[in-house]
Design a binder for this molecule. Structure first.
Ligand code: PMV
Length: 359
C-alpha cells in the first residue's frame, strides 16, 4: 500500500460545552472570558483531507448533500502566521456527518481538524506516516494543536481531545479533564429542531453581547463561581449538581445574549417545547438536563440506565406538540468519546474521498 506523504486525513468530533464559553478577553485574540467544561461527542464526525501544497481552499460538505461550500482556508493560515509559522498553503476538503452551522458546534470539529493537520505538516516537514499516530499521544503536540484550533474558533481548542475537556478563562489552549471512560454511562441526545443555517454566528453573537448587553458583566462575574461548582460536581460524577450548573450556564449565557442592543434569540418555538419537556421529565423523577448553544437545537444529558424511558416519554410529549404545531424533531444520539484520528490515506482512499466532492 503506497502512502501519499503530501496529504493527511484527520477525523475529529464536535465539542459540546456543558458550561459555556461566551465572550472574549479584551485586546487579546480569541481568548475566552469564561471557563468552559465540555464533552467531545462520539459518533458525530468531521473528516478532513488536507493536501499540503494547494491554494488555500477549504471545501465543506455535509454527508448526503450534493452541494458543497467553498471557504477561504488562506484567511485562517494568514491569522495563524501572526502567532505561529506555517510555511505552506494547503487545500482542505471536509465532510460532516451532521448539519453544518446549525448549532452543533461544527466549527469546533472543523478547526480542530485543520489545526491538527497543519501542525502535523509543520512539525514533520516530510510526513512520516508511521509517526503520525503517536503525535496524538504527545501532550505538547495536542496543546499546540489546541492553541492553533482556538485561533480559528475557541470551542475548537477543546475538540482536539476525546472525552471531557476544560478551557480556562484566559487560557491559550484547552486540556483534557478526563477520558470518556471516566463517565462512560453518560448519554447525550441532540434534538434537532431545525437544520437551517443560523442567522447570527457565535462570533457575531458574542461580540454584540459583549458590546451592548447590560447583563454581560453579570454573566462573566457569575460564570466563575458556576464553573467551580460544575468542576466539583463533575469530579464526583454528580449529575444532579452538574445538571443544575449546566442549566444555569446556558440560561445565563442566552439571557445575556437576548438582552443585547439588537437582541440575539437563537431559540425557536420547538426549542422551547423541548426545554419544557426536560423540565416535565425532571418532575417525573428523571435526571435529565438540557443545554443550548448558538443555535436552536437542544442537547439533553442523562445516564444510560434511564435512556429508554426518557426517550419514550420525550417522543410522546413531543408528538402532542407536533400535532398542534407541525414541529419536526430529529434525534442524534451520542456519548462521551470522539477520539481524534490522524493518518496518511493511501491513494485509493484519498481518491474515493475526493470523489464525494465531485458533482
Ligand atoms: O468557539 P465558537 O466561536 O464556535 O463559540 C462557541 C460558543 C458556544 O458554543 C455557545 C459555547 C461553547 O463553549 O462551545
Amino acid at each position: 500500500m503506497k502512502n501519499n506523504t503530501y496529504s493527511v486525513l484527520i477525523k475529529t468530533s464536535p465539542s459540546l460545552a456543558l458550561i459555556k464559553y461566551w465572550g472574549k478577553l479584551p485586546n487579546k485574540y480569541n481568548i475566552p472570558a469564561t471557563t468552559s467544561l465540555a464533552v467531545t461527542l462520539q459518533g458525530l464526525r468531521t473528516e478532513t483531507l488536507m493536501i499540503r501544497d494547494g491554494s488555500g481552499k477549504l471545501i465543506i460538505q455535509e454527508n448526503n448533500d450534493a452541494t458543497h461550500i467553498e471557504h477561504n482556508l488562506a484567511d485562517y493560515v494568514g491569522i495563524l502566521n501572526r502567532y505561529s509559522r506555517i510555511s505552506f498553503m494547503p487545500d482542505a476538503y471536509s465532510i460532516n456527518n451532521f448539519p453544518t452551522a446549525a448549532g452543533i458546534a461544527s466549527s469546533s470539529s472543523g478547526y480542530a481538524a485543520l489545526a491538527l493537520g497543519l501542525l502535523a505538516f509543520e512539525t514533520q516537514k516530510t510526513i512520516q506516516c508511521a509517526h503520525l499516530k503517536s503525535c496524538l499521544t504527545e501532550k505538547k503536540f495536542l496543546q499546540n494543536a489546541s492553541r492553533l484550533a482556538r485561533i480559528g474558533s475557541v470551542s475548537a481548542s477543546r475538540a482536539v481531545y476525546e472525552g471531557f475537556t476544560l478551557l480556562q478563562r484566559g487560557a491559550q489552549y484547552a486540556e483534557q479533564l478526563a477520558p470518556a471512560s471516566f463517565w462512560d454511562n453518560l448519554r447525550i441526545v441532540i434534538v434537532i429542531v431545525s437544520t437551517r443555517k443560523k442567522a447570527v454566528s457565535s462570533r457575531n453573537g458574542m461580540k454584540l453581547t459583549e458590546q451592548t448587553s447590560p447583563y454581560y458583566k453579570a454573566w462573566i462575574h457569575d460564570a466563575k463561581k458556576l464553573s467551580q461548582e460544575a468542576l466539583s460536581a463533575f469530579g464526583h460524577k454528580d449529575l444532579e449538581k452538574l445538571g443544575a450548573c449546566m442549566r444555569a450556564s446556558y440560561l445565563r449565557m442566552h439571557g445575556s445574549a437576548m438582552a443585547a442592543g439588537s437582541p440575539i434569540i437563537y431559540w425557536l418555538p420547538e426549542s422551547l417545547a423541548v426545554l419544557h419537556c426536560a423540565e416535565a421529565l425532571r418532575k417525573e423523577g428523571y435526571s435529565v438536563w438540557e443545554t443550548m448553544d448558538a443555535g436552536p437545537q437542544v442537547k439533553l444529558i442523562y445516564e444510560e440506565r434511564e435512556e429508554q424511558q426518557i426517550i419514550v416519554r420525550l417522543k410522546t410529549m413531543l408528538e402532542e406538540y407536533t400535532v398542534n404545531s407541525k414541529g419536526n424533531f430529529q434525534f442524534v444520539f451520542s456519548r462521551p468519546g470522539g477520539k481524534p484520528e490522524l493518518y496518511c490515506p493511501d491513494e485509493a482512499e484519498q481518491q474515493a474521498f475526493l470523489n464525494t466532492f465531485k458533482q
